[in-house]
Design a protein around this ligand. Structure first.
Ligand code: F6R
Length: 368
């Protein structure tokens, strides 16, 4: 049942190329347009949208953070991302021109369910991104995009996260198509890039052994930091969450630009810092990330850098280098999170923890 793997989580990490491919199947019509069958919002409603609010918890929230970058860039529609548990309590400004997007793998998360009930009471339209057919959140939503990860058994979300990202990109492209903020050929080009992602993810998985080795070398580590920028920032947060929940280690993700505003004080000799380096295409981003990495390394950090193939500039500043395929910055989370999942899974295993059933956690959080 685990396909020869020791943990469901590890099996699910290796299923990600398939899960991403399945979540993309059937989304393009012969006319080249995007079709989202389960989306039940009229084009007119989409054209009238003033704002999108994404609500979710945990890993799903980080998928929402990535979605914000993609939706705003491709559709020019303002996006807020909010923790479901906070949403209701701040008297959010929501009306019929607001689309609330609830992201939930299980579809049963109580905080998220309560948040969409509140949004509906304020007349917002609600769209669910969900992996579980017929669960509460899609049932109570106006529209749904189902992800096709298949059942996720490991408590820590992996393929659930990747397929949520895919659904978010599809939603962004769909809104761009309906609103006319992107031309058909641009949308087509991004779809082609998305359709190449399963192979790219498989390429990253080929490096599993070297990531495992690195993870096992960190058995005595008490704290790990993660740095990212732009779409790599949520990846840093998600990488840190995986390590907390599985290895029970202190782990924190930071936006690299925030370093000098405080977190750099944490850097001490030998502290491992995992850095998600953006592709070189976005020059400013890349250069700024490198200077952040330089700063922490100068203060003794041990830098483990995830950087695209062919990036030579990072080499002098990386104690360890994990190569990522060359992909656009907005899609990079789909490949960049994979080594971080492998790292957390292997380190937790080496520490003797139950990876599939981490202490104190439940797969479905049905109480607020
Ligand atoms: C982390 C994890 C949790 C969930 C969160 C939301 O690995 O699995 O943080 O992402 O509890 O769950 P869903 O997506 O089911 O609403």
């Amino acid at each position: 049942e685990k396909d020869g793997h020791d943990w469901f989580m590890r099996k699910e990490i290796f299923e990600q190329p398939r899960a991403v491919a399945d979540s993309l199947i059937g989304r393009r019509t012969t006319a080249g347009l995007l079709a989202l069958d389960e989306m039940r919002l009229a084009d007119e409603e989409i054209r009238d949208l003033d704002k999108i609010i994404i609500i979710a918890c945990g890993t799903s929230f980080y998928a929402g953070m990535v979605a914000k970058y993609a939706i705003e860039h491709w559709t020019r529609t303002p996006v807020e991302v909010e923790l479901a548990s906070e949403f209701r309590y701040r008297d959010p400004i929501v009306d019929q021109t607001t689309l609330v997007v609830a992201i939930s793998q299980s579809g049963e998360t109580a905080d998220t369910l309560q948040a969409i009930r509140h949004a509906k009471s304020q007349r917002a339209r609600v769209l669910a991104i969900c992996n579980t057919n017929g669960s509460s959140i899609p049932r109570e939503s106006d529209a749904v995009i189902y992800t096709h990860a298949g059942p996720e058994i490991g408590v820590a979300s992996t393929k659930g996260f990747l397929t949520q990202l895919v659904a978010c990109y599809l939603l962004a492209l769909y809104v761009a198509q309906v609103k006319g903020t992107r031309y058909g050929d641009e949308i087509d080009e991004i779809m082609v890039q998305l359709e190449a992602m399963p192979d790219h993810i498989a390429t990253v998985l080929e490096q599993a052994e070297s990531v495992y080795e690195l993870a096992r070398a960190h058995v005595g580590t008490r704290s790990v930091l993660f740095l990212g920028r732009h779409a790599g920032y949520p990846v840093a947060l998600e990488g840190a969450l995986k390590l907390k929940e599985l290895a029970y280690l202190h782990a924190e993700g930071f936006a690299a630009g925030e370093l000098k505003h405080g977190p750099i004080a944490l850097i001490e000799d030998g502290l491992p810092v995992l850095c998600v380096v953006p592709p070189r295409g976005r020059d400013q981003l890349h250069g700024k990330m490198i200077s952040g990495i330089q700063e922490v390394r100068a203060r003794g950090a041990l830098t483990i850098c995830l950087a695209e193939e062919g990036d030579r500039k990072i080499e002098p500043y990386a104690d360890h280098l994990i190569r990522l395929p060359q992909v656009p910055v907005l899609l990079q989370p789909l490949v960049a999170i994979v080594p971080l999942q492998l790292f957390a899974c292997e380190l937790a295993t080496a520490l003797g923890h139950d990876v599939d059933q981490p202490r104190n956690l439940a797969k479905s959080v049905t109480v607020e």
